[in-house]
Design a protein around this ligand. Sequence first.
Ligand code: PLP
Length: 381
Amino acid sequence: MVDLQGQYAKIKAVVDPSIQEVMDSAAFINGPKVHKFQKNLEDYLGVKHVIPCANGTDALQIAMMGLGLEPGDEVITADFTFAATVEVIALLRLTPVLVDVDPVTFNIDIAAIEKAITPKTKAIVPVHLFGLAADMDTIMQLAKKHNLYVIEDNAQGIGANYTHTDGSKTKTGAIGHVASTSFFPSKNLGCYGDGGAIFTNDDDLAHTIRGIVNHGMYKRYHHDVVGVNSRLDSIQAVVLDAKLVYLDAYNAARRSAAQKYSEAFKGYSHIMTPSGKTECKGICNTCDCHVFHQYTLTLKGIDRDALVQHLQANNIPCGVYYPIPLHKQKAYEDERYIESDFTVTNQLVKSVISLPMHTELEDDQIEFITKTIIDFIDNNA
Ligand SMILES: *Cc1c(COP(=O)(O)O)cnc(C)c1O
């Protein structure tokens, strides 16, 4: 699904000496390299504060701790996302409220958010799923109206530009009150181990969070709040710094691959190719609101299991993100949920399939993959 070796080969000459430098300096934790990456990422995103941490799941948890959310507070998020999003809500004894998503963008459904808001609601967590910016202007308006926090889960969307209704652009993760991201190796900006970060434009919140990531310390050995230990190490920071320079080019390569996939599937009514906001007229692969963390098709009237088998038989990797709605997961079931509120997610889990997507896809690989799928459809649909 990803080709991290091919990508590494191209940046080895930069990455290897910088890793060696960290080894020689022995400044493994919180050294100048972490600070340098943090500053560079702040500049890239146009956000005031980046607080590096150990992984994307911690980042979400710490963001919620920083906002002072308390047990019983309701947090609305999407039913169709990676489990980390709902996991940290539950872990903090907050109440997760899962809602349905939009069938075209796969992102959280605005009407469903509105319907789920109660006097106990304290926050909304939109996920820029598969790399497509969620409808942030509408979400921010809704949050303002109901006095809610917005926590962007930007683990899949780093580098995407959200276009506001006035035409101006902001990077995803720099719009909500706070945001989280992951530097897991397969993410769009991935390190060579685990890593994550929290973003915010709020000075006070940034200060609070800097203490939380470091055992609640604002002064050495004075623990003012209950914190955690969550840090990015210097080796990961130099890898990320080297890759940050290429992030826009990496995302452009993903978009270009996505465009070629979609072009090949044009006219096949059994395949719905990914698209974006209506403003983009369904060709979001040409616009920078999508960074294609995943390239995900929705199948119509095709046996997905059989297609997966056909792809496997041809040595083509594929993935199903995600096969089970979160509201049906044992850990997150809740008797308040009504199936008719999740018609989109319940359908998507049965019909989505993600194709190989990375920065090193060659035209002949894309051709082979699309031809293999089209052959299957011609013979089975
Ligand atoms: C990857 C991911 C996370 C978690 O990141 P880790 O670094 O693996 O902890 C959270 N949310 C979403 C949507 C993700 O894709």
